[in-house]
Design a protein around this ligand. Structure first.
Ligand SMILES: C[S@@+](CC[C@H](N)C(=O)[O-])C[C@H]1O[C@@H](n2cnc3c(N)ncnc32)[C@H](O)[C@@H]1O
Length: 262
């Protein structure tokens, strides 16, 4: 696949990723190695369904942002995807622009362990951007959290959770269990209005991250909506260092188009 077809709202996701990479320039300067990790990288190029406009995908956008204004660029870029052709396209594109690329084919829940073994010691930014929430296995976050210096930007699909939560509360579906193990025992949906389901699930997930991965979510969790104003996903920054929280919250505050949505 040469370019991935996306909705116009994906531009927002990439803009915020780019802004964060730019804002964290000073932190990268302090480390001899700064790695970018994208385990759902896609082909590195997207085309908007509505306009046919081509743009960089997340990995390319992040890499170029790290090179802007003389760097410091990421010393290493780790990419992975289930789709081999996407990985190859993405690798070639990144290499064309000078990145030192390490590429992996496979499910993120498996490639994450290989990436961690190969990572140099330093500062790390991971972008977890699956098509749907069911691929956001909690295991991926736990594995990444074992690194000392990591920020994890998560595409958290509220739409998928909304679609599945009632069914999975009564049946033994495994989709949501993979994202947030133990949620069924912790959340009693029958005690809540429907409108509170998503936030209850999200609060449980954040508490689980805090308890087991020792990371917290930054306050700003921009909600990306589709063209019909339907909620699609939140962008959640998991971090330990207060600077990451500040930088991400600033990026969110400056994001004019999304201002009302936090
Ligand atoms: C939303 S797209 C990624 C877009 C990309 N991050 C960007 O910003 O341009 C999701 C990607 O995840 C891949 N994928 C689906 N399931 C996966 C899994 N379990 N592990 C790794 N990649 C997966 C798909 O092939 C697709 O390329």
């Amino acid at each position: 696949m040469d370019a991935m077809v996306v909705g116009s709202w994906s531009g927002h996701k990439h803009d915020m990723l780019v802004d964060y990479v730019g804002a964290s320039r000073g932190a990268r300067m302090r480390w001899p190695h700064a790695s970018y990790i994208d385990l759902f990288c896609g082909p590195g190029r997207v085309v908007e369904r509505q306009t046919n406009a081509f743009r960089d995908g997340g990995a390319l956008a992040a890499w170029k942002a790290s090179c802007a204004n003389g760097g410091p660029s990421f010393s290493d870029v780790f990419i992975g995807d289930l789709d081999q052709r996407s990985v190859e396209f993405c690798r070639k594109r990144l290499e064309t622009f000078g990145a030192c690329v390490h590429a992996y084919v496979g499910a993120a829940s498996e490639t994450v362990h290989r990436v961690i073994c190969d990572l140099p010691r330093g500062l790390n930014l991971a972008f977890l951007d699956p098509f749907s929430a069911e691929h956001l296995d909690f295991e991926i976050i736990l594995a990444l959290s074992r690194l000392n210096r990591i920020d994890i930007l998560v595409h958290f699909s509220v739409m998928d959770i909304q679609r599945n939560i009632e069914r999975e509360a009564v049946a033994s579906g495994a989709r949501l269990e993979r994202i947030a193990p133990g949620w069924r025992e912790a959340i009693e949906l029958s005690h809540l209005p429907k409108s509170a389901f998503i936030n209850a699930f999200l609060d449980y997930w954040k508490a689980l991250v805090e308890r087991t991965a020792n990371m917290t979510a930054a306050d700003m969790m921009p909600l990306i909506k589709n063209s019909k104003n339907g909620p699609l996903y939140r962008l959640i920054m998991l971090k330990r260092h207060p600077l990451a929280e500040k930088l991400w919250n600033d990026v969110g505050r400056d994001d004019k188009a999304q201002k009302d949505l936090f």
